[in-house]
Design a protein around this ligand. Structure first.
Ligand code: GLU
Length: 307
């Protein structure tokens, strides 16, 4: 491993996949996401000793969408610890990220914090215990990465709100079951902003590096969460990070990771690296078509899956 030439590997991966036919489609159910140039493709890999390797559009901001659910979970775990698990489970859902059916059967307790319902409960927790949760979340992300330019895209947040019918349904159902404690509008405002965070592949890889380094961010040299919480976050990403395609990602790539409908995916190799990819066209399960292939090729070429 020590001798892997990551840049050569990324160049090979890019050359293989840049021009393949991409049958995916850009997400359209959030109007603002339609405006993205679907030909974009970038990748950035950062090792825990802070060496950087990249190609393509890796320095261009995009909507990280659901990837940010890992960051809100991390902040909630820091603040309220294991009590998070009284209100949200840790099992893969095996159903769509915005599904209502399971939530009805399971009495308003979401399967895990990375589906929409679970992330909405985490937002409720943050609204409960922070004065200005939107600001505090950004402050947390900026402080743990040292990147002050990371922010929300207000147009995206507004666009999510305008067509967030299912998220309204989820929050109402959970409110009825007693698993939402605050005003619905406040909780969804937090949630829609969470989904609107933008980063480049480089920023995304750097942001998640603490999860590859036992909870300590090598970027700012600070403990973000304990090794125990790090283990838990990584295991949840492994099992639940890819909608109902988490098994496929584990099978093909073999790293904990999280995807978003903006076409981004981040994956980490504990003790080694964090890698972020972006390619906006999504496969039928809602994961970046090329992104999935890029990461499979990275772990195949570097022989560096966790399995
Ligand atoms: N903002 C999206 C929604 O709530 C989440 C998208 C995603 O899974 O990346 O529908």
């Amino acid at each position: 491993m020590a001798n892997i030439d990551y840049q050569k590997m990324l160049d090979e991966v890019a050359a293989e996949l840049r021009d393949i036919d991409d049958p995916g489609e850009v997400a359209t159910y959030i109007p603002e996401l339609r405006n993205v140039d679907s030909r974009k493709m970038g990748i950035h890999l950062v090792t825990i000793d802070n060496s950087h390797f990249y190609f393509g559009d890796s320095n261009e901001k995009f909507s990280i969408q659901s990837i940010s659910k890992v960051l809100s979970l991390t902040l909630a775990l820091k603040i309220v610890g294991d009590t998070v698990w009284d209100r949200v489970g840790v099992e893969p859902s095996g159903s769509a990220f915005n599904s209502l059916v399971q939530l009805e059967y399971e009495k308003g307790i979401p399967r895990n914090p990375l589906i929409n319902a679970g992330a909405i409960v985490v937002c409720d927790i943050l609204v409960d215990c922070l004065d200005n949760p939107k600001f505090r979340l950004l402050e947390f992300i900026r402080a743990s990465t040292g990147i002050s330019s990371i922010g929300y895209n207000p147009r995206m947040a507004e666009s999510e709100k305008k067509c967030g019918y299912r998220n309204y349904a989820l929050v109402n159902l959970m409110k009825d079951f007693g698993n939402i404690h605050n005003e619905i509008e406040l909780v969804l405002d937090m949630y829609f902003h969470l989904c609107s965070i933008e980063m480049t592949c480089k920023e995304l890889a750097q942001t998640f590096l603490f999860l590859a380094a036992g909870g300590v961010s090598p970027v700012v040299n600070e403990m973000i969460v304990s090794p125990r919480q790090t283990k838990r976050i990584n295991s949840i990403m492994q099992m639940c990070g890819f909608y109902d395609e988490a098994g496929e990602f584990a099978f093909r790539t073999g790293l904990p990771g999280k995807s978003g409908v903006g076409g981004g995916i981040v994956a980490i190799h504990p003790g080694k690296f964090s890698v972020a990819v972006w390619s906006p066209k999504l496969n039928k399960k809602g994961n970046s078509y090329k992104g999935m292939k890029l990461l499979e090729s990275v772990t195949t070429k570097s022989q560096s899956s966790i399995f």
